[in-house]
Design a binder for this molecule. Structure first.
Ligand code: PRP
Length: 210
């Protein structure tokens, strides 16, 4: 029997794109396209098992070895700093991590800056590198509301199309870093399943160059 390669895919549209890349790379698993709510799919012939997980959880599965490889956003990797190998930039799921505020906001360096965010670690590190004193307000979603209700001065959040900011009358104040989806691997899996993992890396690299 073939050694199975366990792959954590981010549930959602990005994950479907990722699956298509893996399928083209020779790791097809037709049952994944069935319309049901199963979360685990496998193809023993090819030696692959996929599971759909919450995008922000992919790195946890990979770090702990429940998955050998997976695909996670650079935002999650920067925020949680999991102990994994980052193998490849997949050039999809592109967006940026930005500081945004109300249009009329002017930073007063004399005052502690109130920052609302889901990405406390990224925000902390960014402002520390600038030597700026901040107060983090950790939220779990709908971050854009914070400056409107004067809960914060600015937000640190993902900007993709910019629609959410625009519709809430907020502007990008500074861009922190560009984000995209990354292929990641568990450190020991990368040693012990190197043949399969390198095949995927090479096949996907070829797709990206085409
Ligand atoms: C993300 C992000 C922004 C929005 C940006 O939110 O936090 O709110 O998408 O996209 P846009 O620039 O294309 O409008 P998500 O849908 O993940 O929800 P949440 O942060 O409120 O949980």
């Amino acid at each position: 029997m073939k050694t199975m390669l366990n792959v954590a895919l981010p549930k959602g549209r990005l994950g479907e794109k990722v699956y298509n890349m893996f399928e083209k790379a020779g790791f097809e698993c037709p049952s994944i396209k069935e319309n049901n709510r199963k979360l685990i799919f496998e193809n023993e012939q090819v030696g692959v098992r996929y599971f759909w997980v919450k995008p922000s959880d992919v790195a946890i599965y990979v770090e702990r070895g429940a998955a050998d490889i997976g695909v996670a956003g650079k935002d999650i990797l920067l925020e949680y700093e999991p102990d994994i190998y980052e193998l490849l930039d997949l050039d999809i799921g592109k967006c940026s991590m930005a500081v945004a505020s109300k249009k009329e906001f002017r930073d007063n360096p004399q005052k502690t800056l109130r920052v609302a965010t889901k990405f406390s670690n990224i925000a902390q590190q960014y402002y520390m590198s600038k030597g700026r004193d901040i107060d983090i307000i950790h939220l779990n979603g709908s971050i854009e509301i914070a400056p409107i209700l004067d809960l914060s001065d600015v937000i640190v959040d993902i900007v993709e199309t910019g629609t959410t900011l625009k519709e809430n009358n907020l502007d990008v104040f500074e861009t922190i870093v560009d984000i995209s989806a990354r292929l990641i691997a568990n450190k020991s899996s990368y040693k012990f399943k190197s043949e399969q993992i390198n095949k995927i890396i090479n096949e996907i690299k070829t797709q990206l160059e085409a």
